[in-house]
Design a binder for this molecule. Structure first.
Ligand code: XUL
Length: 611
């Protein structure tokens, strides 16, 4: 009979684009320790930029699997050096950046199950390789590598547009695929990624016995055996039915056969590579493997719960009904929880519906932007104090004093963007102001003339910091009415998380653009990793209570979190000044016009529709 430590701890790991974080959480849900590894700084020998390798193919973005393994070795060693008592950890879960995929070789099961506790993970599972060499494993290394591809495609990849269009066409179009899977085909989604891997590396695909998501790769290491994929992360693959969360035979057949007619034998082969139907966050996967017990002193009873996608994990810790979550990490994402309802959630071709990891029948609506932090960081050039001062000064002049006869919008898409799909480049607009309201002004009604497209050189330099915040936030504001379920009450609070949420200027700007009070995590800023630790606690708590597989109304995630403390705090309220109130609602119309002009310009440049 396993003994329970007097102070049980829960480990949450977040394997994100730029680094790996590990948080330990106690029974009350408070974070007791945090450790992190930054890929570029701590593992520079992989030569990544912001955690990723671009190229060699057009649009290709990958991360070395060995880098992730070394990061896990390093974070565990850092925890050990800090005196973490691993035997107090009773359950482990976490999350990974969504969509990325890991390709396991036929040697993986034997290598995983026979790990030697005297050595770290990386050299035992993945040989050193030349970063410039092609990703498929050279055949002569097959016996010593658990991976058939040495670099994993990640969510920033956009090298498979043709595969996306082919998948949509094969099921009857974008909307048909969105209705079936929750999303139309997106380059970063794992199904279209697998289609490209099959095309460019047919031998490596044949040499793959299992495909994991980043989120199921990590628990596979802890179990020393393949872990199944979890439902919320599975809904980022374009391979499951969003209403049943099961692999869809037709989609498997298309992905496994294209450009040939769908074959059921190919579909079965892909099904065996993907493993069993996805599991919910409620089902523990098993207990920790012997390597972890011997090397770090974990208890052999430590439960391993499924790992999720990073966005669902963030929502788990921060969300209450009627909250919107704006995650300002490497990507910028906006998330809403959709409670279970007798009618299925509406599906759109510009946003995503994901399965909820801990609320059976519940969903998550999501908007995702690729150029979020990448472009904000580029403009700030590390000097956030200057960035903030420039935003504040320009806001004062344009929103409060209203002293110009023109205003400006700027769009910044360094990488091929997700929303609007396929746009790339920087685009600047002058907005002639036809009239300001005479006081007392109702909220905003500035009248704008037709926006004029201007060259970068004509755009006021001092405006870039405000301009990027404006367009990034307006893009979301313009789309909220569409993604908010019809029966849902209006949003009440906005919860900010991720790196950008630390900035007081961004907090205030978000409060004013959305007209909502802004909250941030209270305590740890690692909301996704904490979400993992909470899911781990849920699995353990249900086991303690003897709750079986089906929830049957008992042992729900809500029931468990009710005993955990409120973990957000209010940091900004919309300003009372009526010149600023409603300013951005009034700008949405002209924003939409400019966005349409950007899309048209990109289409003309590329000679056809972008997506
Ligand atoms: C979501 C998405 C990103 C990644 C990385 O669809 O692609 O948010 O999850 O954070």
């Amino acid at each position: 009979m396993p003994t329970t430590p007097s102070n049980p701890l829960f480990l949450g790991l977040d394997l994100s684009t730029q680094g790996l974080k590990a948080v330990l959480v106690d029974e009350e849900g408070s974070v007791v320790s945090e450790h992190a590894v930054n890929f570029d700084k701590d593992l520079p020998h992989f030569g990544t930029v912001s955690g990723a390798v671009r190229g060699p193919d057009e649009g290709e973005v990958t991360s070395p699997v060995r880098m992730w393994l070394e990061a896990i070795d390093l974070v565990m060693d850092r925890m050990k050096a800090d005196g973490v008592d691993f035997s107090s950890i009773v359950a482990i879960s976490g999350d990974g950046q969504q969509h990325g995929s890991v390709y396991w070789s036929p040697s993986a099961p034997a290598l995983l199950s026979s790990l030697d506790a005297a050595q770290p993970l990386a050299p035992q599972l993945c040989p050193q390789f030349d970063a410039a060499a092609p990703s498929p494993l050279p055949k002569e290394l097959n016996r010593v590598s658990a991976f058939s591809l040495l670099r994993s495609p990640i969510w920033q990849d956009s090298s498979n547009t043709n595969e996306c269009r082919a998948l949509e066409a094969a099921v009857g179009g974008k909307q048909a695929l969105a209705d079936l899977t929750g999303s139309r085909a997106y380059e970063r989604f794992t199904g279209p990624q697998i289609m490209r891997i099959r095309r460019v590396y047919p031998e490596a695909y044949a040499n793959t016995i299992r495909i994991s998501l980043v989120s199921s790769f990590i628990p596979s290491l802890f179990l020393q055996d393949f872990a199944p994929i979890e439902v919320s992360d599975a809904s980022g693959m374009n391979l499951t039915n969003i209403l049943t969360n099961k692999w869809d035979d037709n989609l498997l057949a298309i992905v496994a056969s294209h450009p040939h007619p769908p074959s059921s034998a190919a579909a079965e082969d892909l099904r065996s590579k993907l493993g069993p139907d996805p599991v919910t966050g409620a089902s523990p996967l098993g207990t920790i493997g012997a390597w972890w017990v011997r090397r770090y002193g974990f208890s052999p009873d430590t439960l391993i719960a499924p790992f999720m996608g990073d966005n669902p994990a963030t929502l788990l810790t921060l969300s209450q009904p009627s909250d919107g979550i704006l995650s300002l990490g490497t990507s910028t994402t906006f998330l809403l929880s959709i409670p279970p309802s007798p009618s299925p959630p509406a599906r759109f071709t510009t946003s995503h519906i994901l399965a909820h990891p801990a609320l059976p029948g519940g969903h998550i609506a999501m908007l995702c932007y690729k150029n979020g932090a990448l472009e904000r960081d580029r403009i700030a050039r590390g000097d956030w104090a200057r960035f903030g001062a420039m935003v504040a000064e320009e806001r004062e002049r344009r929103e409060r004093r209203r002293e110009d006869t023109e205003d400006w919008l700027g769009f910044y898409f360094g990488l091929r963007e997700i929303i609007p799909p396929g746009v790339q480049g920087a685009f600047f607009f002058r907005l002639p102001i036809l009239s300001y309201p005479s006081p007392p002004s109702p909220p905003n009604p500035i009248t704008y003339g037709a926006p004029q497209r201007v060259r970068a050189a004509a755009f006021p330099d001092a405006l870039h910091p405000l301009a990027i915040l404006r367009t990034q936030l307006l893009s979301i504001l313009a789309r909220i009415p569409q993604i908010l379920p019809a029966a849902a009450p209006p949003l009440r609070r906005l919860v900010l998380t991720g790196g950008g949420s630390a900035s007081p200027v961004i907090r205030q700007m978000a409060a004013d653009v959305f007209g909502m009070e802004v909250y941030v995590p209270d305590g740890s800023r690692e909301a996704a990793a904490v979400g993992g630790a909470w899911l781990a606690k849920w699995a353990w708590w249900r086991k303690q209570q003897g709750v079986g597989e089906g929830l049957g109304g008992r042992g729900t995630f809500e029931e468990m979190t009710a005993s955990l403390r409120e973990n957000v705090k209010r940091v900004a309220v919309p300003v009372g000044d009526e010149r600023v109130r409603g300013f951005y609602e009034g700008m949405v119309g002209v924003y939409r016009t400019c966005e349409e002009m950007v899309v048209r310009e990109c289409e003309e440049r590329e000679g056809g529709p972008l997506a």
